[in-house]
Write a protein that binds this ligand. Structure first.
Ligand SMILES: *Cc1c(COP(=O)(O)O)cnc(C)c1O
Length: 387
């Protein structure tokens, strides 16, 4: 069987037959590294590379290994849970790890054992961390996300705890920096206020950080007119941009994931007959319908039912009917298609490319959810890495 997306097999030196039989995700580690380098240059700060939710579905361990090559342009990795940190440590990742969600008091001992920097903001937790000599920690300040951290206008109450234990870093998180509607500026101002209030309570050189991917992207327009460059503070925390989505157009980032599935059945459906659950697709005249071996169990969401397109031999073909858990049907009446052919549901095939953002937009879903769904079942084949 020939295919027109040879890059993974070429890069890894395996033959086409080494690919999984049914469905898989080609993950381009080189593209992730180049995206990280581009975001780091734009931020002009060392980055905390966010690898939570298994590297946004792409495979946190492989991503961490690849990004370690950034040297001191990489400050460390960001996770959401201690299990995620544990998986990285077990794989030999000895870089700094920042846990960006509030830990429960009972988790602090595990955080210490893993050498994880927790995000703290309750004085009891700060004192408990200090009492166990937990090490470096970061102060989380809520400037409008209303999710985690101390309110920007209540930081003064933390002074006694900060006098007992000074943080290594202090950060906030933006809720819609991509909108360019002034909300990021308002959050910036609140964070600046909080930092001013705490100026004498924080150590010189405290690592201040605020920009997520959208934050980094939102400052690129400013740079044309202002002398200030890059992200404020010492670090930036890009996540989704590393994986080539959400801010891909603004920052010129590369597609990193390619969801593939083989054609496992083909039939002719007659005029008036329907396809898949709910019978939402009705054939007008005789239609040739192909079944591919991936569905919402592989992260190809039901939102694409009847409106998504996938690439077959580099050419778009429409999804016919509802996406089921294990299989998706395509109308291949006008397409070249045989059993065993490989369809590309997300990503590039020859000259065709449906970016993560294109596919998410077509289904009206979040590119974040689309990416993390790739970790569900289809094995991830990493290629293009530097080692
Ligand atoms: C997830 C997360 C990020 C990364 O956000 P993206 O939008 O994916 O760039 C940064 N900081 C915190 C605290 C996060 O939870």
């Amino acid at each position: 069987m020939t295919s027109i997306y040879p890059e993974p097999t070429r890069a890894s030196g395996h033959s086409e037959h080494a690919r999984p039989a049914r469905a898989w995700v080609d993950v381009d580690l080189g593209a992730i590294r180049r995206n990280a380098e581009r975001m780091q240059r734009t931020a002009d700060r060392a980055i905390v590379a966010m690898v939570k939710a298994d590297g946004y579905g792409t495979g946190a361990i492989a991503v961490a290994g690849e990004l370690s090559g950034l040297g001191d342009r990489l400050w460390g990795f960001g996770v959401a849970t201690l299990d995620e940190a544990n998986a990285l440590r077990a794989a030999g990742v000895d870089a700094r790890i920042l846990c960006c969600t509030p830990l429960l008091p009972g988790e602090l001992a595990d955080a210490k054992a893993l050498g994880v920097r927790p995000s703290l903001h309750r004085d009891a937790d700060i004192d408990a961390w200090q009492a166990m000599q937990g090490g470096a920690w970061h102060l989380a300040i809520d400037t409008g996300m209303s999710r985690a951290g101390v309110r920007w206008d209540e930081v003064d109450a933390l002074r006694p705890a900060l006098a007992r234990s000074v943080p290594e870093g202090v950060f906030t998180h933006f809720h819609s920096a991509e909108r360019n509607d002034g909300s990021r500026e308002e959050q910036d101002a609140r964070f600046d206020d909080a930092l001013a209030t705490l100026r004498d309570a924080l150590p010189n050189g405290v690592l201040e950080h605020r920009d997520n991917s959208a934050g980094i992207a939102s400052r690129t327009a400013l740079r044309q007119t202002h002398t200030a460059s890059g992200s404020p503070g010492a670090l930036a925390r890009p996540g989704i941009g590393l994986y080539g989505a959400f801010v891909a157009e603004t920052l010129g980032l590369e597609q990193t994931v390619h969801l593939r599935a083989r054609v496992v059945d083909i039939r002719h459906v007659r005029d008036g007959e329907t396809v898949s659950y709910g019978g939402t697709y009705t054939a007008h005249g005789v239609r040739r319908i192909a079944t591919i071996a991936a569905g919402h169990g592989d992260g190809y969401r039901q939102a694409f039912s009847g409106k998504g397109h996938v690439l077959l031999h580099g050419v778009p073909v429409p999804v016919a009917g509802i996406v089921s858990m294990d299989m998706t049907m395509l109308d291949v009446t006008d397409a070249r298609c045989e059993i065993g052919d490989v369809a590309t549901l997300i990503g590039r095939d020859g000259a065709g490319c449906f970016s993560t953002d294109d596919v998410a937009r077509a289904g009206g879903i979040s590119p974040y959810e689309l990416l993390v769904g790739l970790a569900l079942r289809a094995p991830r084949i990493h290629f293009g890495g530097s080692t």
